[in-house]
Design a protein around this ligand. Structure first.
Ligand code: ZN
Ligand code: ZN
Length: 285
């Protein structure tokens, strides 16, 4: 078997259609595939699915699910942003949309306040990261990063996403400039998040995107934390977070090898709920 529940398409900021993605997934040998466009976001943007396109998103998913039924199991999800005061009630939304599952991810960081300004920690440009840190957190990296982790904890506690997306993506543009991952305050934040994950039974994704995009030199989360997650029996799933058809299985084989070297024994897959399976059952073409 081979699974990936984190994939984008032209319904959001992806560059390939949902069908091109599914065809590529079948070619890569995926047996279970989830579509997870960026969920509609209440502030004007160019990355998310539009609320009015939800019916078309579901229609296209159902068409493909039927058309490729003998080749691959398809699931419908969304990658949903949780942002204090802007979009907090994401589980209700996921239920309203009739999704199979949803990924909770934090890309935009802010404290609870009246401001709509957020610190955008993702995307291709470090300048934007630097500018946001200055504008929203007055260049106080500790406050910004603390807020990023607390926001994920709040999201998990209040919304119980099926999967937690790229939980340390805040390090991508940091590149050891503002802080080191070995600093105690940073480690404490991650440990506290993992506590919440363990308490809530959230599946954590091992996301390969930073590596194949060459924006980062490790998985999300970093190897140090993958080891910790394995030692503490946290449910894991591998995601490519692909935005183009040729990224469908990018770095998956390497991720499996890496996880086995770290003594990972099982991965979780979705099929009417989440289940554990021996990692050796996962095979790439
Ligand atoms: Zn994301
Ligand atoms: Zn994504």
């Amino acid at each position: 078997m081979l699974t990936n529940y984190h994939s984008h398409s032209t319904f959001c900021d992806g560059k390939s259609t949902m069908e091109e993605m599914v065809i590529s997934a079948v070619e890569c040998g995926f047996t279970h595939w989830g579509v997870s466009s960026h969920a509609p976001f209440p502030i004007s943007n160019d990355f998310a699915l539009k609320e009015e396109d939800i019916p078309a998103y579901k229609r296209e998913f159902l068409r493909l699910k039927d058309k490729y039924a003998d080749k691959i199991k398809l699931y419908i999800g969304l990658e949903m942003d949780f942002v204090p005061d802007i979009c907090e009630d994401i589980r209700h939304k996921a239920v309203d949309y009739g999704l199979d599952y949803f990924i909770g991810s934090v890309h935009q960081v802010k404290e609870h306040n009246n401001s709509l300004k957020t610190w955008f920690i993702d995307g291709g440009k470090s300048e934007k990261y630097d500018l946001g840190l200055k504008e929203v957190f007055d260049n106080d990296i500790k406050s910004g990063v603390t807020c990023f982790f607390n926001q994920q904890k709040e999201m998990i506690e209040h919304n119980r996403p099926d999967v937690l997306g790229h939980f340390d993506k805040v390090v991508m543009h940091n590149k050891d400039r503002y802080f080191l991952q070995s600093e105690k305050w940073y480690e404490d934040l991650v440990l506290s998040l993992i506590d919440t994950v363990a308490k809530c039974g959230t599946v954590v994704e091992i996301n390969t995107r930073g590596l194949y995009k060459q924006r980062h030199n490790d998985y999300y989360p970093s190897t140090f934390w993958i080891k910790y997650l394995i030692e503490h029996n946290i449910p894991l799933t591998v995601s490519t977070d692909c935005h183009k058809a040729d990224e469908a299985g990018a770095y998956y084989k390497e991720a499996l090898r890496h996880l086995k070297e770290l003594n990972c024994k099982e991965l979780y897959y979705f099929e009417q709920g989440w289940h554990a399976e021996d990692i050796n059952a996962f095979v790439t073409k």
